[in-house]
Design a protein around this ligand. Structure first.
Ligand code: HEC
Ligand code: HEC
Length: 173
């Protein structure tokens, strides 16, 4: 787990062209999803500890691919899910100028998440078929999107649910 984080953080540091802040991240061994939350809540325990041994082998850059796809589906019709909602409408008040962006939810400030690229890695092919993995991830994202503790909610017309983007309950498909 630790080794893995170090390798990943090292990779990000390289991607972000070795700014000194990233070096501090390496030293503290902080993981990306440890972005501090403004208010404490019961789900605040970062994945590094909570999900240990479960899906911890999924590298963050693979999740980054899905994150990009998902954020895009907030302002343009989703096409990559199995049964996209045919009546999809952007849940954003302003899908052109008021998009939800990475930094609305990733508030750490130590790593600029908006610079993490969308790269389709072979692991993506396997994981997008893993219903449980995808559902767990999406639940966390939707939860944070609708949360008062983060900046994204103010950009929404109303609460987002799974059926905003999926035609049918994606957990039962
Ligand atoms: C903003 C749009 C959006 C919302 C909201 C959303 N999803 Fe998804 N979902 C997607 C997209 C896009 C994909 C395809 C990702 C890929 O394969 O790259 C996907 C894929 C999935 C998959 C994999 C199977 C498939 O249909 O491709 C599951 C399972 C899933 N979502 C569950 C959920 C659950 C559960 C919720 C509610 C908690 C949810 N999603 C909310 C956009 C969304
Ligand atoms: C609505 C809130 C929200 C937005 C917007 C968002 N994220 Fe995330 N992101 C999360 C949450 C919550 C997690 C933790 C999920 C998990 O790993 O189980 C996460 C996890 C990640 C991870 C995995 C971190 C790790 O250490 O495993 C990466 C990488 C990531 N996001 C990148 C991005 C990028 C790039 C964008 C912009 C395109 C983005 N995120 C936009 C909420 C968000």
């Amino acid at each position: 787990m630790r080794m893995h984080s170090f390798i990943w953080i090292g990779l990000v540091s390289l991607l972000l062209a070795g700014c000194s802040q990233n070096m501090e991240v390496v030293n503290s061994g902080e993981r990306l999803e440890d972005s501090p939350k403004p208010v404490a809540d019961t789900n605040a325990a970062p994945l590094a500890r909570k999900g240990e041994g479960e899906k911890s082998e999924v590298p963050p850059f693979v999740k980054a691919y899905f994150m990009h796809t998902w954020v895009e589906a907030l302002y343009s019709k989703p096409t990559q899910n199995k049964h996209p909602n045919p009546n999809w409408q952007s849940p954003l008040k302003d899908p052109v100028n008021g998009r939800v962006w990475c930094t609305d939810c990733h508030v750490s400030g130590q790593i600029d998440f908006s610079k993490i690229p969308k790269i389709r890695n072979p692991m993506v092919d396997d994981l997008e078929k893993d219903k449980q993995f995808m559902a767990d991830l999406m639940k966390k994202w939707v939860g944070r999107l609708n949360s008062d503790e983060f900046g994204a909610k103010a950009k929404l017309r109303g609460a987002v649910t799974c059926l905003t983007c999926h035609a049918t309950n994606p957990e039962l498909d």
